[in-house]
Design a protein around this ligand. Structure first.
Ligand code: ADP
Ligand code: MG
Ligand code: MG
Length: 874
């Protein structure tokens, strides 16, 4: 099987192959070469070889090095240089690159092929000894780091010594002799730590480097990144071996990274940074502060113009915003990488809409392009203008990733992770972040760094997650040891709160008040397109008029779940509720319920009004009664006093209601069986509210939902009661109009799904309560699942938390069965889903497939569900 794919003037073997085989970097190097962009020639070793390497006890397959030698000789012919030559050596970079980009997860080795003699040769051939030794010291350092696993700081000390000796502060100011001395020092450091001298044989260097890249696929940080990003099923990484171009040849050379559009705002403007006389990772690592590309014309007009042309070429080829890496060698531009650029949710929406306008993509493509979950970022809070104007601004860094973050300071990733797990909001403060920090960055509410640019590791990663990040705030002096920062003479520690504005780059003392976002015109446009394509309706879970209204503004087409129990906690209501629970006789219970009736009716009326013309599914009381009673002595005494009973009575009743397994206990429809008067009061409230609405010309469309049904008989009996109450109220109120109230059930007990054909006889609609259905199908207690779920995820026993994303293979079967069996009896049975899964894009995709009529989710997730529903349909 072919293991090596060449790209260059001679041939581009990788063109049209897959990312899965060549990795994103390799495939795009081939593509760019093929469309005529200036790419230094090289070759890609496939991901299959990486897979084989792991399957073969971490050994390279036979024949690989031969294929590599052949490819190298093609490169040598094209470039008229020889790998391993002493006089004018061909040098290469060895770069990793998987199918999915994992920024900064694996390291690159530059200038490979240099040894003592070749460095001398390179110095002479280029007439630039400074450059040659600079290249060599970088190689020894990177090789030591990547291949031998040596720590970066072991080299840094030697570098500092040389800088001191020559009295300079910048790397670029060290003269040639200094760099030569540095190479000698580095070789000693290398030998000391590696136990062997720096390898002088270029092919040995190459082979070890390739093995190291394969090895980097399974480092803890790479594994951790893949876990967080949920990247699965890849063979491994490809390896790209590419001839070097030199950005470190002097003032006419440089290197940079850029986005073809602004990745924060989406603005159609080339956006990037470059560094003069620098190589490779200097820009990303934040060692020196780069200049914005907009400044480039002052330095080299022609290169700037060429970059803008390349932007057009790339965008019309890929029809996507690109993230590029480039190098300028003595005034000549070379492209080293392109990939789809990570962007904020705001930018994603703007770019998709702009590209439709520019006729680069269709509306459908625009809808498919924006990751539904990224809309969260458009719905993110920001700081209140007034609060921010009054805020105590400590420093200003780069606005690396938008959003507003308020939290206490944390100085290490481990600490951030631990404290976040305890529910604390922390801001991770680092000089610069490194890939080892990803866990802590993920756990923090915001990230603050004191060095590094807009394309630094912290910025790129944070943006991908939509997490607020301020980078390169140079005024913030971080002391990791004492766990303190000093800003202009003021000191802050782990207990102090800071506020970060990722949109302006401001770092503020204390807690600054945040506000809800407002939505731009592009957002509405995209939502409009999404609505054209989706089949699923999107409803919301809401139990107050205010939530209902907000959800409607977000595009909700009704309420899929109105939880009535929430209405029993406010103000006086809880007192009446408790009186009802304490009552010994039906008569006393009815008396207490009568007091609750007006509250319920008013709530329903408000919700029906907010949802005028749209269906509202009201679920009858669901939780076990003891949830409404206080469990502590003190609170029980207060309750007794309020109700004018003995404290012992309260205690006794609470104890008698105690259940060892409340989630499987006396709740849901079981309450209505024991206490029909509760059902009667709730139904009466609903019907009276609907009649009041009708009389005011408000179109109320109540759907009464009976929870926790497991047998058809339960629903039959309770449905009869509900119908009886409706009739009674209509008669009492002498209502002449039409009410059209639906009666249905939640399918949340596996038995109900299994017997859905029987249950459907008595139901006008089904709503899958997938929270409970998941709980009961897996046998995982929703409230206790976190005691073991993390272990299940870590050990790959589960791919995702089944309470977050519907388990389509198991629980999904019950949903599908419920739909099919239900509709076998009632063709037009209305079927929806409520619960957390209703707002999860992958679960929505499943709901679309099995023919549900609607999903229902929290108001905030309604836009996400609309977009996901469209994507599911396309
Ligand atoms: P990463 O995935 O971390 O971005 P890359 O493989 O893209 O790693 O390499 C990082 C940087 O190294 C590139 O952006 C580029 O500046 C430099 N580099 C890689 N290969 C070459 C090369 N052949 N010539 C010059 N610079 C290179
Ligand atoms: Mg790298
Ligand atoms: Mg790169």
């Amino acid at each position: 099987k072919k293991m090596v794919y060449y790209f260059g003037k001679t041939k581009t073997e990788g063109r049209g192959k897959s990312k899965a085989l060549l990795g994103g970097k390799g495939l795009n190097l081939a593509e760019m070469t093929a469309i005529g962009l200036p790419v230094p020639p090289g070759f890609t070793i496939t991901t299959e070889v990486c897979d084989g390497y792991y399957k073969n006890k971490q050994k390279l397959p036979a024949g690989l090095m031969d294929e590599i030698r052949k490819a190298v000789s093609v490169m040598e012919k094209e470039l008229k240089k020889k790998f391993g030559d002493d006089a004018n050596p061909l040098l290469v970079s060895v770069r990793s690159g998987a199918a999915v980009s994992m920024p900064g997860m694996m390291n690159t080795i530059l200038n490979l092929g240099l040894n003592d003699e070749a460095t001398e040769g390179l110095a002479k051939a280029t007439n630039n000894p400074r450059f040659a030794y600079d290249a060599y010291r970088r190689l020894i350092n990177m090789f030591g780091d990547v291949v031998m696993g040596m720590e970066h700081h072991t080299f840094e000390a030697a570098f500092d010594k040389i800088k001191k000796k020559y009295k300079v502060s910048e790397d670029t100011d060290v003269p040639a002799e200094g760099l030569k001395e540095l190479c000698d020092a580095y070789k000693k450091v290398f030998e000391k730590h590696a136990g062997e001298p720096f390898p002088q044989d270029p092919y040995k260097q190459l082979q070890l480097a390739i093995e190291a890249v394969f090895g980097s696929w399974n480092t803890p940080r790479a594994v951790s990144y893949r876990q967080i990003e949920n990247i699965r099923g890849l063979l491994g990484t490809a390896v790209n071996v590419q001839s070097m171009v030199y950005g470190n040849m002097g003032e006419d050379s440089g290197t940079g990274v850029a986005f073809t559009r602004n990745p924060n705002t989406g603005e159609n403007k080339f956006f990037g940074e470059f560094l003069i006389n620098a190589q490779g990772e200097d820009v990303v690592a934040g060692i020196r502060t780069p200049q914005p590309v907009a400044e480039m014309p002052k330095w080299n007009k022609a290169v700037h113009k060429q970059l803008l042309e390349i932007k057009q070429t790339l965008e019309s080829h890929y029809k996507e915003m690109q993230d590029i890496e480039f190098t300028i060698e003595k005034g000549t531009l070379f492209m080293l990488q392109t990939r789809t650029g990570k962007r904020t949710g705001v930018a994603a929406v703007k770019i998709a809409c702009d590209m439709v306008k520019e006729k680069l993509i269709t509306q459908k493509e625009a809808v498919l392009r924006v990751p539904a979950n990224d809309l969260t970022q458009l719905l993110l809070p920001s700081f209140k203008t007034t609060a921010r104007n009054a805020a105590d601004v400590l420093a200003r860094g780069l606005p690396a990733s938008p959003g507003a973050a308020v939290g206490k300071l944390s100085f290490t990733a481990a600490d951030a992770k631990a404290r976040a797990a305890e529910g604390e909001k922390v801001i991770l403060v680092r000089k610069e972040t490194s890939p080892e920090d990803v866990d802590g960055m993920h756990a923090a509410v915001g990230i603050l760094t004191s060095t590094g640019g807009m394309t630094s590791h912290a910025a790129v990663v944070a943006r991908g997650w939509g997490k607020c990040c301020v980078a390169g705030a140079g005024d913030v002096k971080i002391n990791e040891k004492t766990k303190k920062i000093t800003v202009n003479g003021r000191t802050f520690g782990a207990k102090d709160v800071l506020s970060l504005d990722g949109t302006t780059g401001e770092v503020m003392a204390g807690e600054v008040e945040t506000q809800e976002p407002t939505l731009s015109g592009d957002f509405a446009k995209l939502m409009g397109w999404a609505d054209q394509y989706r089949r699923l309706k999107v409803r919301t879970n809401a139990d107050s008029p205010a939530d209902s209204k907000r959800a409607r503004d977000f595009g909700a087409e009704g309420i899929g779940l109105c939880r009535t129990e929430h209405m029993f906690f406010e103000g006086d209501r809880i007192t009446h509720m408790r009186a009802m629970i304490l009552a010994e006789t039906e008569k006393d219970r009815r008396a207490a319920l009568k007091k609750l009736l007006p509250f319920q009716r008013k709530d329903f009326e408000g919700i029906f009004k907010a949802m005028n013309g749209l269906p509202v599914t009201v679920r009858l009381l669901d939780p076990p009664l003891h949830e409404f009673l206080p469990h502590e002595d003190k609170a029980q005494k207060e309750m007794a006093q309020e109700l004018g009973v003995k404290p012992s009575e309260v205690k006794q009743r609470t104890e008698s209601l105690h259940e060892s397994n409340p989630m499987l206990g006396h709740r849901g429809c079981r309450l209505s069986v024991t206490y029909p008067e509760i059902l009667e009061m709730q139904v009466r409230a609903i019907v009276e509210a609907a009649i009041r609405c009708a009389n005011k010309n408000i179109d109320a469309q109540p759907e009464i939902m009976i929870p926790l049904v497991g047998t058809a008989a339960e629903l039959r009996v309770l449905r009869e009661r509900v119908e009886a109450v409706i009739e009674e109220v209509v008669a009492q109120k002498k209502f002449e109009g039409k009410l059209n109230i639906l009666i249905g059930t939640m399918i949340e007990i596996p038995r109900a799904a299994l017997t859905a054909d029987e249950v459907a006889e008595y139901a006008d609609f089904f709503s899958f309560g997938t929270n409970d259905l998941t709980q009961m199908t897996f046998g995982y207690s929703r409230d206790d699942v976190n005691t073991f779920l993390p272990d299940y995820l870590d050990n790959d026993l589960l791919n995702v938390d089944p309470f977050q994303s519907l388990d389509t293979t198991g629980v999904g079967q019950l949903v599908e069965m419920g739909v099919t069996k239900g509709r076998s009896v009632k063709k037009k049975l209305k079927v929806g889903i409520c619960g957390e899964h209703g707002g999860d894009p992958s679960s929505i995709d499943f709901c679309n497939q099995v023919g549900l009529d609607y999903v229902s989710c929290s108001p905030f997730r309604v836009p996400i569900a609309r977009l996901a529903a469209a994507q599911a349909a396309l």
